[in-house]
Write a protein that binds this ligand. Sequence first.
Ligand SMILES: Nc1ncnc2c1ncn2[C@@H]1O[C@H](COP(=O)(O)OP(=O)(O)OP(=O)(O)O)[C@@H](O)[C@H]1O
Length: 483
Amino acid sequence: MPTDRAEQFAAARTLMVMIDEMIDGALLVDKDVRIVWSNDKHVWFNDKLMAQLGFQSPADAIGQPVERVIPHSRMREVVETGRSMPLDIMRYGEHTLLVSRLPLRDEQGEVIGALAFALKHSLTYLRPIADRFNKLQSRLNRVEQELAASRASKYTVENLIGFSPAMLEVKRLVRRAGQIRSAVLLLGETGTGKELVAQSIHAGSDRAHRPFVGVNTAAIPENLLEAEFFGVAPGAYTGAGRQPRPGKFQLADGGTLFLDEIGDMPLPLQAKLLRALQEREVEPLGSNKVVKVDVRIVAATSRPLAEMVRSGAFRPDLYYRLNVFPIQLPALRDRRDDLEILASLFSERVALSLDQPMRDLTPPALDRLRRHDWPGNVRELANVVEQVYVRTEGDRITAEDFADILPGAAPDAHLGRSNPSIAVADGKRPLAVAMDDLERSLILEALAGCRGNKLEAARSLGLSRTNLYAKLRKHGIPVQPDD
Ligand SMILES: Nc1ncnc2c1ncn2[C@@H]1O[C@H](COP(=O)(O)OP(=O)(O)OP(=O)(O)O)[C@@H](O)[C@H]1O
C-alpha cells in the first residue's frame, strides 16, 4: 500500500489512466444531480446529440440536470438511495452502453454526488448479451406500438348508424363533444351505443392519436377497483411485483378515459375519483408519490344517476363534475325509423362473418321488428338477426323467422312453458313484481339453455355481460367465483 501522499496521488493517477483507457465516457454529478464534469471522450456529449438536445457545445451541459442530457439516466436514483449500480445496460442515441454508477460520499459518509462510467468498445466480449438485449428491446418497442394502436379507438361518428331525428341529434352532440375538452356523461339504456359514442368522441377530438382506454366499473371486483384505476407501486402488497403497474389513468395519459357503468362505482372510490379529476393527479396504491395525469373523461351509465344523487348513492360533487356535457342516447323503441337500416347492416355483417349470402328483410319482417319493444336495444337487434341466420334457412328474412326468437312473439305460450306461475298475470300483483319475476325466469331459462355459460346467456338475452351480472345480483342468482 502506498504510504505518502505523492505515492497515493501517483496510484490514483495510474488507476484513472487505466480506467480512462477502458471507458468511453465518464460523468460526475453533484448532490443535486447536476453535471459537474465529464471526460473528454464525450460518449454522452457528441456534437450531433448535443445539437439534437439544443446545446451549442458540450460545455453547455455542465450545470444541467443530468436527465436534460441523458434522458434515461438513473444517476438520480444512485444519489437519492446511495446505492451503486455496478452493471446496467442503457440505450443512448444509437448506442447500447454498459454503464456502472457509483455514489460519491464525503468523509462523514454523506452522498455528495455520483460517478458513472460507460463502456462501449469493451463490450465485444458482452456482444451476445448486448445483441440479445437489442433484439428484446426492439421487440418490446414493436409490442408497445401495437398496444398503442390497439388502444386507439376503433369507431368514429360515421359508425353511428341511424337517421332518425333523435340519432341525428346524438351525432351533432358527438361532433360538438369532440371539439371541447370538458367531461361528457353518456346516459342511456344498455345496448344504446354508449361505448360506440365514447369512441367516436375520442376519434373526433384532438386526442385521437393518443390512447382511448375504457374501464368498466361494474365488471371489476370492488377490492381491485382502486388498483385498476390508479395503479400499484412496486411491492405495495404481497405479490404486487417489483415493477410498478400503471392504472387506467396513467395508460390513458394524453388521451381519453372511458368510465363505463360509472353508477356502479362504490362511494369511497367516488371520492378518490373526484380528487383525481380535480387535482389532475393520481396516487398509485402503496405509494406516497403522486403522478400527474392528463386525461379527458367520458363517463357512461344506464342507471338513473340524478336519482342516485338524490338517494345518496352517488356523490353530487362527482355528478356535477361529470355531467358537464350530457348526451342522452335514445332507446331503439324511440327511434324505430332506424330499425330498417340497422337490421340490414347487421344482416350484412352476419352474412359476411358466416360466409353466407346476405338475406334481405321482407316488409312483414320489418313490420314485426317495429312492433317489438327492444329492451336490449341495438345489441338485442344484432343478436336477433344473428339468431335468424343460425336457426333458419332461406334467402330472405321473413316475419315467421322471428317466431321462436323474439320473446314477445307468443307471450302466453312462452310464459306457460318456462314458468306457469308467471302466466298468472291476474291483476293481483303489481306489474313491476310480475315483470321482475318474468325477467328472473327468462334469465334462469337462458342460463339453463347455455349450461350456465354467462357470456352465451347474455348474448341470447340481448344483454351485455355486465348487465347480466347486474341482473344476477339483483335477483340473487348465485354467481360462481370462477365466472
Ligand atoms: N347507432 C349505432 N350504430 C351501429 N351500431 C350500434 C349503434 N348503437 C349501438 N350499436 C351496436 O350495438 C352494440 C352495443 O353497443 P354499445 O356496447 O356501444 O352499447 P352500450 O350502451 O355501451 O351498452 P352497455 O351499457 O350494455 O355496455 C355494439 O355492437 C354496437 O356496435
